[in-house]
Design a protein around this ligand. Structure first.
Ligand code: C5P
Length: 247
């Protein structure tokens, strides 16, 4: 029997996850209908859900597309368990919690996920958010980025998390530390890296190109604005998917 992680790896048509961070369902829905090729996964989070929760829930009940529900829960174990238990339908294949929530919260998310049966969602834990630069981390008392990721990731994986969300810049050390089994999700994907200019307003630090992130061991590239803000979103997505087949 494949593990849930192996099962998801096999079922994804490609390792590109579209972050559907759009404010209205008409735009979201038309992107889902029109984008060709299709992303391997679709990520739904608060940007869309806060405005269009009812319609998104209805869609979740009916769609057969693999969905990543990204609310990054960080609450007491009972609340997080009930949130996972309340996920509508069977399309949601992955949810996020903050590793900072600790062992019991992660275990509670995992228990609730397991009640959903063999196609249960993976529970992946966010280590450090990908917008935090060295200055912001220092204000939070974090002076060694990797040590913090290592501490949070170890607690999460020992407590039932199936995988971790991290900056692509942490991937090499993460695979050395935790091996091939955990499912690693990387946002912070940009076509240009820190060494070539990006939009000054962009909040992702330690960004990597999609190719580098896959080579370093990412299972899933979460890409939002580079696709959503492109005048030719299908072309961008198509190029990403073609590239992923060459890695
Ligand atoms: O637009 P962009 O490509 O930066 O989108 C990245 C997506 O990944 C956003 O939906 C964001 O919420 C999510 N994310 C992130 N950093 C994390 C976890 C998730 O940027 N650590």
């Amino acid at each position: 029997m494949p593990t849930p992680v192996e099962h998801l790896r096999r079922m994804l048509a490609n390792p590109v996850c579209l972050a559907l961070d759009v404010p209205d369902w008409e735009r979201g829905r038309s992107l889902l209908d029109l984008l060709e090729p299709r992303p391997g996964m679709v990520k739904i989070g608060p940007v869309l859900y806060m405005r269009e929760g009812r319609r998104v829930s209805e869609w979740l009940e009916n769609t057969d597309r693999p969905v990543f529900l990204d609310f990054k829960w960080h609450d007491i174990p009972h609340t997080v368990g009930e949130a996972v238990a309340g996920i509508p339908g069977h399309a949601v294949r992955m949810v996020t919690v903050h590793a900072q929530g600790g062992a019991r919260m992660i275990a509670s998310a995992r228990e609730a996920a397991e009640l959903k049966g063999s196609d249960r969602p993976l529970v992946v834990a966010v280590t450090l958010l990908t917008h935090l630069d060295a200055m912001e981390l220092a204000k939070l008392g974090v002076h060694d980025r990797w040590k913090e990721v290592q501490k949070l990731g170890s607690v999460a994986l020992a407590s039932g998390a199936d995988g971790l969300v991290m900056s692509p810049g942490d991937l090499v050390q993460a695979r050395l530390e935790w091996g091939p089994s955990p499912f690693f999700v990387t946002p912070g994907i940009r076509f240009e890296t820190q060494t070539s200019p990006r939009k000054p307003a962009d909040d992702q630090v330690l960004a990597e190109t999609p190719e580098t992130a896959l080579k370093k061991g990412s299972d899933l590239l979460v890409v939002g604005r580079p696709i959503l803000e492109s005048p030719q979103p299908s072309e961008v997505l198509g190029a990403l998917i073609r590239m992923s087949r060459t890695v």
